[in-house]
Structures are given as structure tokens and as C-alpha cells.
Design a protein around this ligand. Structure first.
Ligand code: NAP
Length: 533
């Protein structure tokens, strides 16, 4: 079973001991003591190894391999020898392949310190041979792997490089799957998280985590709490289905929190990851094609956000997949579903934004979507969110009036959506105060963080009929209570926050992917907590 190792930068004996105890409390299986800056007190180091709350890996990484040690190589050699004689030896010593290959004395010290077929004294410590590149995938990667595998004293191999795209994670999975020897293979940097979390799915020897934010020893290392709680470490096995949010950027997306909590709640064998893809159709298409092609990855779907919603539609169409007709009409999709039938990949693209918005309005009003026929809806804005919402309401027969700062965009959108069912017209923003609609939806970005004092309905220009019986829905969810909603509530309107749309579009995705009923209340609670933090 893949182990979870917390990497600890050792500054002092006591700090490292306390950190190891903390790692144990947080559920780590072992710790890596990075002694790059703790080479002057070998006795304290041996005591640290002896008293560590968890089995440990000892690593003294030189600066030429991305570490902090800048001293003489003889210091590292003597430390390896001393650690090898420790009365309670470490689980592993990590030595760089380059040192082992090119420094005869280091090779002898390391070989003498660890357990291997030619070892004459009793020891349990294993040798990890490692190779790192902090810039790019090494061109001689497989030669390096072969050299490590062919070394009799080497018990486990470690390869790590900085990935330039999500696709490079797939090579990591293949390297781990080959299992010539127990393997640690990781992509570093912002594209590397899948390799770290899915290490368990593919049977790597271990993955590394940091004790806390900012305490990592390599770029892109998540914290142990994130690995275990947000990314469901203990639940991951060979069959785990993989989902994620594709966009650029996706670092602050709330979707991993929601969907992983959903998998927990219904006991679904899935994990949901942030999946950054650089903004171009070529990047999107090459990455998604590669991810869907790897059968053993079990990649089953993704939420797709800015700037790839149009790319998803084009990609699925070009691949001969199925596109939901309303998503086609909207011109953007936010949900990819990947199925395999008789070994063939079947792709499906849909747009749950409009479904989430309609669900938010209908459930707040206590009506069925079919009852929207009798409603008149004022939509503010004519951008991407407005397209989805206008299409959704018109499709269900509502009359829609589009108000937009740039009137021509409103008119063009009204023309495009004119034959969906309900009547769709454009009106000038100045006429908003005369609007007589039962439902108003803000689809502009006015009032969004950080400009939270702005409102798309200027003071004194609220529609004359605003009050009890009017519904005001703001698609903005940050802040939760926008100025528009606060003023509408004060006027007696029923108000709906963008959180409802966000939660319900996620719920629709969850249903599509898992066939299970999503825990909407838990989703809402998570979003509210995330927005408050
Ligand atoms: P977009 O395509 O850029 O469209 C922005 C719209 O806002 C345009 O109609 C634009 O009018 C209008 N606008 C911008 N600044 C304005 C100003 N100062 N005064 C008047 N109108 C202004 O953006 P989008 O993707 O549609 O997103 C719009 C909002 O929807 C965002 O706030 C986002 O948070 C929200 N949203 C929420 C969810 C959810 O799940 N809750 C999902 C998607 C989007 P012009 O045409 O005149 O430029």
C-alpha cells in the first residue's frame, strides 16, 4: 500500500522531533528528514532518528540537485556512514543517482550503509536512488531509470521533474505501473498534483506531503491535511474514478471541496482534482485526449471553466461525441462526461449552468420548470452567463427581456435565442426602471468582489414594481450578499444568491457522473465556509 510521507526540513533536533510527532498525529506513515541544513551535529541526528515518532527517510540534498546543502561531499558521506550504523536505523537513505554513479566514495559509503544482497552485516535500511529536474523532464529519463533499477543495492527508485503540462502526469503513472522496483515518481510544480494524489491509485511506494502550507520541500507539494481530507487519500484504490475542474487558473476553485465531500457522503469511489490547462484549444484538446485515452486512469469527467467552455464544445464535436442541444445553442459547455463502452471512449458535453440557475429559481419559488411559461424574466447582461440563463428560461417557455450596457449585444443575443420557445427581446438598460418582470437575474459582473459596493441597478433606478412577489437572483456568489441583493431584500423582494446556482450546477454534474443524489445541503455549507474563509 502506498505510504504517505511528510517531508520535514530539519532546523533543529527538537523542532524536527515535534514535527514528526505532528505528522504522526495527522496520519502520516513516515517522515522524510531533510537534513540539508543540519549536517553539523551527527549525534543529534542519530538521536532524532532513534526518537522519531515515525519511521524515516534521511535525505541530505546538495544544491546541484535542487537541495540546500552546499558543503563538502565528504560531510555527506560521513553522515551516510553514521546513519547506517544507527542503533535504530532509518527506513531509507536517499542518495542521488548522479552521486552514486560518479562518486566512488559515496557509492561505497551508501552501499555499506544499507541492506542489499551483498551486505554482510545486519541492517534494515533501504537505499532510495533518486533523480530530480526542477526545470523539465530529463531527456535521458529512461536511461536514468534503467541505471537505478540495475543497481543491486538500490531498493527503491525516485524520479521527479517539473511538469509543463498535465499530460506529463500520464508518463509518471506509466513509470509507476512498470514496477521494476518500488517506485516514487512525481511531477513537480502546478501541473503535478495528479501525480502526487494518484500515486496511491497506481501503487507507488509513497507520496510526499508538507506538514503545513509553505512548509513544503518541493514545488507543488500539498499539505498532509489536503491529501487526506480534501483528496480522499484513504479511499483511493486501483479502481478509483478520476474527475476534476479544467480551467486556467483553477487553484482557488471550490469544486474539489464540493465533489470530494460528495463522494465521501454517498460512498462513491471517485476523486476530484484541480486540472489546469493553458488557454488554447490545442492545449485543451491534446490534454483531454491523452487523459481520456489512458484506460487505467479511469478519467470519467470534468467541470470545465474559463477559458475552456467553448473549447469543450468544439472538442467533443470534433471527437464525434454527443453535445446537449441547448449547450450547442448556448455555444459553451461546462461539463464533460467520459464513458467507456466496449473499450471505446464516449464523450458527452453539457451545460449545467442553466440547469443550476433554473433549479435555484424554481425551488426558491416552489414552482416546476413547466410553470416558467407564465413568468416574465428580466436578464441583466449579455455575456457568457447570460447566454446560458436566457437559453434556459426561453427553452422552458418564459418571456425574457435582456438589458445590457451594450444594447447591440443584447439585441444579438435576443435574435439568437428567439426560436427556443419563449419570447426573447432586448431592451435598453435605461428602461430597466420601467420593467415589469416577476423575476430579475443579474448576469453582469457588477458588484463582484472586490468592487462590492457597485450594483447593476443604480440607486433610485430600481424597477417600479420591485417588492413582495418579485424575485431577484444575482449570479454573483462572491460576495454572497451583493449590494443588489441587500437592496432588493430591503424592498421586500425574494432574493437568491449565486451560491444557489453554483451549488446546483455542481449537483447536476454530480448526478450525471455518479448516478447518485448529491448532498446539496453539504455542498452549500462547504461553499459558504469557503467564501467566508
Ligand atoms: P462576461 O461574459 O464577461 O459578461 C459580463 C457582462 O457584464 C456583460 O454583459 C457586460 O456588458 C456586463 N458588464 C460588465 N461590466 C459592466 C458595467 N460596469 N456596467 C454594466 N454592465 C457591465 O461574464 P460572464 O462569464 O457572463 O459572468 C458574469 C457573472 O456571472 C460573473 O459575475 C460570474 O460571477 C457570474 N457567474 C456565476 C456562476 C454561478 O455558478 N453562480 C456561473 C457563471 C457565472 P457589456 O456587454 O456591455 O460589456
Amino acid at each position: 500500500m502506498t505510504k504517505l510521507a511528510v517531508s520535514i526540513h530539519v532546523e533543529s533536533h527538537d523542532q524536527a522531533l515535534a514535527d514528526a510527532a505532528d505528522a504522526a498525529r495527522r496520519g502520516a506513515d513516515l517522515v522524510e528528514f531533510r537534513i540539508d541544513d543540519f549536517t553539523g551535529q551527527p549525534d543529534q541526528l542519530l538521536d532524532l532518528i532513534k526518537k522519531s515518532a515515525l519511521p524515516c527517510i534521511i535525505t541530505c540534498r546538495p544544491d546541484w540537485e535542487g537541495g540546500a546543502f552546499q558543503g563538502d561531499e565528504s560531510v555527506r558521506r560521513h553522515l551516510v556512514e553514521a546513519v547506517g550504523r544507527c542503533t535504530r536505523p532509518p527506513a531509507y537513505i536517499d542518495v542521488e543517482l548522479a552521486s552514486y554513479q560518479h562518486d566512488r566514495e559515496m557509492r561505497e559509503s551508501a552501499t555499506g550503509a544499507v541492506d542489499h544482497p551483498g551486505q554482510t552485516r545486519r541492517t534494515t535500511t533501504g537505499l532510495i536512488l533518486s533523480t530530480h529536474d526542477f526545470e523539465i523532464r530529463p531527456i535521458d529519463l529512461y536511461q536514468r531509470i534503467e541505471a537505478m533499477v540495475a543497481t543491486p543495492a538500490c531498493r527503491a527508485i525516485k524520479v521527479a521533474w517539473r511538469a509543463r503540462s498535465l499530460r506529463e502526469n500520464l508518463e509518471v503513472f506509466e513509470i509507476v505501473q512498470q514496477r521494476h522496483k518500488p517506485t516514487i515518481a512525481l511531477c513537480m510544480g502546478p501541473y503535478g498534483l495528479p501525480s502526487r494524489i494518484l500515486a496511491r491509485k497506481f501503487g507507488a511506494l509513497l507520496t510526499f506531503a508538507a506538514l503545513a502550507d509553505g512548509a513544503g520541500t518541493a514545488p507543488g507539494q500539498p499539505t498532509i491535511d489536503q491529501v487526506r481530507q480534501r483528496y480522499r487519500w484513504e479511499a483511493i484504490d486501483e479502481q478509483t474514478e478520476v474527475f476534476g475542474v479544467i480551467g486556467h487558473p483553477v487553484d482557488h476553485s471550490m469544486s474539489p471541496h464540493i465533489h470530494n465531500a460528495g463522494f465521501d457522503a454517498v460512498g462513491y469511489n471517485g476523486v476530484y482534482l484541480p486540472l489546469p490547462i493553458a488557454p488554447s484549444f490545442e492545449q485543451f484538446s491534446a490534454t483531454v485526449e491523452a487523459w481520456t485515452s489512458m484506460e487505467s486512469l479511469h478519467f470519467r469527467g470534468a467541470s470545465v471553466t474559463i477559458p475552456h467552455k467553448e473549447n469543450l464544445l468544439r472538442f467533443v464535436t470534433e471527437q464525434g461525441g454527443e453535445v446537449d442541444p441547448l449547450a450547442q445553442r448556448i455555444g459553451a459547455a461546462n461539463t464533460l462526461t467520459v464513458r467507456r463502452e466496449s473499450g471505446k471512449v464516449r464523450l458527452h458535453a453539457t451545460n449545467t449552468d442553466y440547469a443550476g440557475a433554473l433549479d435555484a429559481v424554481c425551488s426558491s419559488m416552489g414552482i416546476q420548470p413547466s410553470e416558467l411559461k407564465s413568468q416574465r424574466v428580466g436578464v441583466l447582461g449579455a455575456g457568457g452567463a447570460a447566454r446560458a440563463i436566457v437559453a434556459g428560461f426561453a427553452h422552458h417557455g418564459a418571456t425574457v427581456v435582456i438589458y445590457n450596457r451594450t444594447f447591440d449585444r443584447a439585441a444579438a443575443l435576443a435574435d439568437e435565442m428567439a426560436d427556443l420557445g419563449g419570447k426573447v427581446v432586448a431592451a435598453r438598460l435605461e428602461k430597466l426602471c420601467h420593467a415589469c418582470c416577476q423575476i430579475f437575474v443579474n448576469c453582469t459582473s457588477v458588484g463582484m468582489h472586490p468592487d462590492t459596493e457597485a450594483s447593476p441597478v443604480p440607486a433610485g433606478q430600481a424597477p417600479t414594481g420591485w417588492g413582495p412577489g418579485t424575485v431577484v437572483f444575482d449570479t454573483i456568489y462572491n460576495p454572497i450578499h451583493t449590494r443588489l441583493l441587500r437592496e432588493a431584500r430591503d424592498a421586500g423582494c425574494m432574493t437568491i444568491s449565486g451560491v444557489e446556482m453554483f451549488v446546483r450546477q455542481a449537483a447536476a454534474q454530480f448526478r450525471l457522473w455518479t448516478g447518485c443524489e448529491p448532498p446539496i445541503d453539504a455542498f452549500r455549507k462547504i461553499v459558504n465556509e469557503q467564501l467566508a474563509s
